[in-house]
Design a protein. Structure first.
Lengths: 259, 298
């Protein structure tokens, strides 16, 4: 059972893709102000957990509790309304929109979009406020200077920054980061680690990441998935020393990833 | 020289109408990835409603307003009642994936038949709200009237309104985002379904304006806007299918090109020339003037 400090609790989540069981009775718990690492080999089901949480794939079974209340699994457009924001593995920026517009979309639900209101110009105030929020979110990730550029002209590290800014603009209580450090340089990773450290005071984070340096330096707890099942969960030390984890995942990397 | 400028002016008038139809097609394509062949049917139905209002009230502007409202509602209805159901089955197979486009062809036939049943197939006319007398400049008559000015100004106002909505409002931002990456738009909190309906609503309204503006210069019959659909489609393709400015530029290029063929070559060559332009545009610049490969694949 989730205690009052638990912001998100998944109990017995299963997801099927046809005959394939992608997730099998997965339990996860995210506590307020913590960074939970979700790791596992390729195909273990990490992104599927995010997809189920985001309403992209329907759960076959399982329950979800948010902030101590049992809730229905959200539909994609309801996610931000429930205080959750997500970044995507493939970054997912809109290439023909400006950086600022991309970020504004992350809080689109905070501005009026009615047809009549838009025609009458009643939404102008909302849009101006949203633009200011977007700029603030971009500055937070040190990308304020690229706000008016088209997204398809950005460098890869900048697209990562912008995708995080888009998640931050809605001031989420829970942040789901899907491989945020992939493709980043050592310098960018240093910046990213510092950012996550700062964010912990305002949000709780689940991070799916292959980069073990990042996981070990920023996560408070780790859950390990293998073949759609949680095989270990606990502190970094507990997970590191878990024989099942060593066998399934860390063990195969131990030699080349001596970190 | 006078003939040259007259040709340009006629070209801009034709181009304005083609741009409006192209704009309607682009709006639907952008919001749902469907080439809406029913657009001509929706526009003709709205234009007949405008005609009916003209007969009853004699007020062109009121008739235009009612036509726009009916056209917009019809656009929304087609998306909501037909397209949504078809989209749900789009992943069921190759035919199901094409079903929405095929359905728009069927819908074009149905709407035309309904219009024929209600108003008959005989030609009707639509009185112009302004003078159709050609202007006289420096003692010479040029084939350009107040009605042509009205068409250009009317089409320009619609385009400016769309441009403001798309570029300056949060609704426009949601419309642009939903078109390219609906899943990501949903994750950002956008309800893509209603946003798509709004795209079809705008398109229906734009088609109604095109129908009502073009008819005083032409005749009205259940299939009198079919040519406009073809030219609007060619204009949209020239402009890149994705781009609203592209639709306007494509319409203008086509309108001016047709005016030159009309005045300097032969009326009979208009259709072959339009299709040659379509083929050349696809071969030379398949993504159109304003289209980019990256955006199309997004």
């Amino acid at each position: 059972m989730a205690d009052h400090a638990t912001v998100l609790s998944i109990d017995g989540l299963s997801v099927n893709f046809g005959g394939l069981k992608a997730l099998n009775k997965v339990n996860l718990e995210l506590r307020k102000g913590e960074v939970l690492g979700l790791i596992g080999p390729n195909g273990a089901g990490k992104t599927t957990v995010f997809n189920a949480l985001s309403g992209i794939v329907p759960p076959a079974e399982g329950t979800l509790e948010l902030f101590g209340k049992k809730v229905q699994w959200p539909k994609p457009h309801q996610l931000v309304h429930r205080g959750i924001a997500r970044t995507l593995q493939g970054v997912g920026l809109f290439p023909d929109l400006t950086v600022s517009e991309n970020v504004m979309l992350g809080a689109n639900h905070l501005a009026r979009t009615g047809l009549t209101q838009s025609f009458l110009g009643l939404t102008r105030k909302d849009e101006a406020a949203l633009r200011n929020r977007a700029q603030a979110a971009l500055e937070r990730v040190y990308a304020g200077s690229v706000s008016e550029r088209r997204a398809d002209t950005l460098s890869y590290p900048d697209t990562k920054r912008v995708s995080i800014a888009r998640a931050l603009i809605s001031e989420p209580k829970i942040l789901l980061l899907d491989e945020p450090a992939g493709g980043l340089s050592a310098q960018d990773i240093e910046w990213f680690n510092a950012l996550v450290g700062n964010l912990k005071s305002v949000t709780s984070i689940i991070i799916v990441e292959h980069h073990m340096d990042v996981v070990m330096s920023i996560c408070d707890r780790i859950s390990v998935l293998n073949f759609g099942e949680v095989i270990a969960s606990g502190s970094k030390e507990e997970v590191r020393s878990n024989p099942a984890v060593i066998e399934a995942y860390l063990g195969s990397h131990a030699g080349d990833k001596k970190r | 020289m006078r003939q040259f400028f007259s040709t340009i002016l006629i070209g801009i008038t034709l181009g304005s109408i083609y741009s409006l139809m192209a704009l309607a097609l682009v709006l639907v394509w952008r919001s749902t990835r469907v080439v809406n062949f029913a657009q001509a049917g929706q526009a003709i139905f709205s234009t007949y409603i405008g005609y009916e209002m003209m007969v009853r009230t004699g007020n062109f502007w009121f008739s235009l307003l009612i036509a726009i409202i009916i056209g917009s509602l019809l656009g929304a209805g087609v998306e909501y009642f037909f397209m949504r159901t078809l989209f749900k089955h789009a992943d069921d197979g190759p035919v199901a994936a094409l079903a929405p486009v095929i359905a728009t062809l069927g819908l074009l036939g149905v709407i035309r038949s309904v219009v024929g049943m209600i108003w008959g197939n005989e030609y009707r006319s639509f009185a112009s709200p302004v003078s159709t007398d050609n202007f006289v400049v420096a003692g010479a008559t040029i084939p350009f009237s107040r009605l042509n000015v009205l068409v250009i100004v009317g089409a320009a106002l619609v385009m400016i309104a769309f441009s403001i909505i798309f570029q300056r409002t949060n609704l426009g931002l949601a419309l642009r985002a939903s078109a390219f990456q609906p899943e990501i738009a949903r994750l950002a909190g956008i309800r893509v379904g209603p946003i798509r309906t709004i795209g079809w609503t705008f398109a229906g309204g734009a088609g109604a304006v095109a129908g009502v503006l073009v008819t005083p210069n032409d005749i009205l019959s259940p299939n009198s806007l079919d040519t406009l659909l073809v030219f609007g489609f060619v204009a949209a393709v020239i402009g890149g299918l994705e781009s609203l400015p592209g639709a306007v530029v494509g319409g203008m290029v086509l309108g001016i090109g047709i005016a030159f063929i009309l005045n300097y070559v032969s009326t009979t060559l208009i259709f072959p020339a339009v299709f040659v332009v379509l083929l050349l545009s696809l071969v030379i610049k398949p993504n159109g003037i304003f289209g980019s490969k990256k955006v199309r694949n997004a």
